[in-house]
Every structure is written in structure tokens, then in C-alpha cells.
Design a protein around this ligand. Sequence first.
Ligand code: ADP
Length: 570
Amino acid sequence: MRVTTACVMGLFALAAIVAGATWWRQRAEQQLENKAAETLAVQAEALSGILDKYRLLPPLLSREQSVVALFEERNADVQKAARAKAIEIAGMSGAKEVAFLYPDGRVLATAGDIFSGNADDHRMLLEAVRQGRLGRQAISLDTAQRAYAFAFGVRHHNQLIGAIAVYVDFDPVEATWSLSTNPIFVTDQTGTVFLTNRPQWRLKPLSELMADTSSPGHYLVGGKVLHSDLTRQLPLLNWQLHVLSDERPLITATWIGGIIAGLVSLLLCAVAFILVQRREAQLMRMRRDRATALRLERLVRERTKALSETNVSLSREIDERRQTEEQLRKTQAELVQAAKLAAIGQMSAALSHEFNQPLAAIRTYSDNANRFLERGKTENVSDNLSRIGGLVDRMARLSRSLLSFSRKPGTAVKAVALLPVLDEALMLARPRANKARVVLETQINGEPYHVLGGQIRLSQVFVNLVNNAIDALAGQEGGKVVISVSQMEGDVVVRVEDNGPGIPPDQRASVFEPFFTTKDVGAGIGIGLSIASGIVRDFGGTIALEDSKWGGACFSVRLRTADTSEMAAE
Ligand code: ADP
């Protein structure tokens, strides 16, 4: 890409340089040619003007009587007079030479002495004169002496008696041309350089001076350029006037054009190069950004896939855990229920005794009532019947408590009135305590405490703690269990303590562990305290083992106080 750009730029610069140089050269050439053409026009006019002036002179002079008379006279003074006349004419007209010639070529007189007197010199002139034309001839005596002659016949009675020739001097013309820096020259019909502002070219054939150049229509003459267009025919003389233009300005112009075009193209190339660089950098950046975006996209896709796979496996795991938890909860609930039923089983003997005793009493009271009825002692009948009613009420209350206790508990945590729960637990435990001759004592100030929990589960906790205390006091004289309720830092604390043997220090840490028991096989399985502590924890409370001031074990159950507006009956 860069190499291609550099090549394109190089070619562009080269083309620009060539075009610039060519254009500049052509412009300069045009200017030079214009200038040369101007010079050519002016000089051609000047030359024609000079020649025109002298062209008319011989015909006019030939009609003058004094001139005619010079050829008619044949005495010795004539030559003198003729010379004086020639000098006078030359002086007045500014001609280089004025000559009076006889038709046979002999010279009558001249104003100067530029001639050798050779008849051949005037042959062409006299030939024309004889034919009645204006004779004209370029004469070069040497490189310094060149002239152009006009001659006309002098006639008397239509008889040719002589000729007058006027020679035009070109020195002033050449002097004017020498002011011009461009070479100016005239070639005659033979192609010889006749007049020029370069003296060394004089009287040399143009072909000798001319060398070809690479451009058509251009020739080199003495190191200068001759443009074929810059040549003008001088019809009167059958001469060619040439103006050469100097090539140096053209070379300079070519260089200037090339350099300017080179600099401009260099500038353009630099700008183009910067733009290309910028564009490339921008493309690179865009490509890099795109690649990064694609990489990120792929990464995100992979991560998303991995995440969704993880998600699926997690939700599967969560489902499994939920099922396991559900199973665990069910198993725990069943365990709680089993522990409760175990407690009921433990209490069953005492409870059946608690039912049998009133039943026996009811039997006795009903027999007594029958007998009093036979004797007509109605007051005694009524007394026995009301005793029977009292016993039935007691049994019904116990039965209701037992039924409620044995029901499967709910799972909700609500506000529960504490005292009725304690009443129910003590009612269930009391028959067993009585049987073991253990006194159940309560220290309750009658305040209506409300705690967070569930009625059946809370009752199970207290039944369990009281049963454990009764077990510990088995066979001990004066055994007692004290149940007290107090408040601590906004919570409600229920203490179940006894004056039994207590728990040895090495077992204290283990009593809440499942299946820890010190009881005989069949008497306990060791899950009572572990389930009780689990239930209390579910209510947001704690169960702790402390020392009892009565000397035995003290289990303190700390429960959170409930907002009474949330009171609920489970
Ligand atoms: P279990 O009653 O079936 O043995 P628990 O978990 O209820 O199971 O009790 C665990 C053990 O804690 C009992 O075996 C007993 O050794 C001890 N324990 C519980 N309460 C008392 C108490 N009030 N006095 C002495 N030891 C107790």
C-alpha cells in the first residue's frame, strides 16, 4: 500500500515537473517570440523605409537637367563637375556613395572611392538600366563595406547616355541593431548573411552557421535559437530578415517551471502523504476496535454460555437442595413429632393414672348418688353430681391439652401468649411429677407475656425440660422443679431449674447434642434437648444451661418479645 502510494506520488511529481517545465518554457518561448516578432516588424519596417527612400533617388536625379548635361559634355572639366555633383547628392541624401556611369560600365565620377573601377561590379545594374528598369544590387566590397545600389538610366532623346547609381549605407542600420540583445540578420537570395549585428557572421552562408535543434522549426545559429516563424521576407530586395531569440531564458524558464512544479507537487505529495497516513491510522484504529469488539463479543458469548450452563446446573442444584431441605424439614418435623410422642409415651403411665383416678372417684360418687336417691336425700345427690361434674371438667381440660399437644405443629412463628402455654405444659407434666413425688413450683408475677413462637412447639420445649428435671429428681426426697418467668433486655426468659444432682462439667457441652443421653436404654434416646434447642432457635431465641440456685440444673429459655398486635392463636 505504502510502496504503491509512494510510486503513484513519484510518478505524479515527475509528471508535474515535466508539465510545469514544459508549460513554463512554452510561456517563455511565447514571450520571447512575441518580443522577437516585435523587433522583426520594427526592423523590417526600418530597413524597407531606408531602402524606399533611396530607391526613388536615381529616377528623380536622372530627370534633372544638370545630371543629363554631365553625360552630354565630353570635356575634362566634366569629371570634376560630375564628382562635385555626386558629392553634393551623397551629402544631401546621406547615401554611402553616388556614382555616374557610362552605359559601357566606365565610371564618370563618384562621390567617394569605394569602387575599384571594375566594370563587373556594375554589370547587373547596367543590365537593368539598359532594359529601362531600376537596377538594384547588393555589393560587398569586403566584410566592412557592404552597400546596396539602386541605378537608373539617364536618357537624352530617348537615348541611354549614362546611369546614376546610389549606394545605400547599412552601417546606421547595423548600429541600431547592435542595441538589441537578440541577433538580427539579413540573408540575401543566395542565403548569405549580408547584414547583421553579429560582425563575425557577416558574409557567411547561413547553412554554415545553422545547426539543428531537437524541436522542429527551431535552429541553432551561433548558439542562439532561430525560429522559422521569426523570419520576414523583404519583397523588394528578395532578402530575408531574421531575428534570433536567446535560448538561455528558455532554459532558465524550464528550470523555474520544473522547480516550481516540483515544489508544488512535493507539497501536494506531503499533504497527500499525511492524509494517507491519517486515513491508514484511522483504518487501523477502526480495524483494531472492531477486532477488540469481536473478541469481547466472543468472550461475552462464551462467558454467557458458561454462565447460563452454570445457571442451569445451579438451578438444578438449588432444586435438589430445596428438595433435600424440604425432605430435611419434613424429617425434622417428623423427628420433633416423634420426640413429642416419646414424651407423651413417657408421660402415658402417669396420664392414664390421672384419668383412672377421677374415673374411680366418678364411679364412687355415682354409686353414692344412687344410694342417696333411694333414701330420698336429694341434697346429698346433688352434691355428688356436682362433684362428678367437676371431675369431668378436669378430665376434659386434660384431654383437650393432650389432644392439642399431640397435634402436628405448624411452621409459622407468631405472637404467642406465654402463660397459657406454660399452664398447658405443667398440666401435662404434673401427673408424672406427682407420681415421682416432685413438686412443681411456678414463680410467675401474672404479667401477660407475649413471645414469638408456636404454641405447640413452645409447649413441647417446656414439657421436655420439666420431664428431664423430674427424671433427674427420680428417687430423691424433697425434689422440686421451679419454673420462673422474668424479663431481660426486652426479651422474656423462662427458667426451668431443679434441686437435683445437676449436670457434671464434662457433660455440659454435650447435653444439647443429638442422641446424648445418660439414661438407661428405653428411658431416653437423647434427642429431647437437641430438638428443644432447635425449636427455640427457629423462634429467634436461645436455650442455655446455667447453675441453679437450688443446686441442680437450670435451663434458661430466652424468647423474643412479640408485638401484641401480632397476637395469633395457633
Ligand atoms: P434424654 O432425656 O432422652 O436423655 P435429653 O436430650 O432430654 O435426652 O437429655 C440429655 C441428657 O441431659 C440427659 O440424659 C441427662 O443426662 C441430662 N439432663 C437433662 N436435663 C437434666 C437435668 N435437669 N438434671 C440433670 N441432668 C439432665
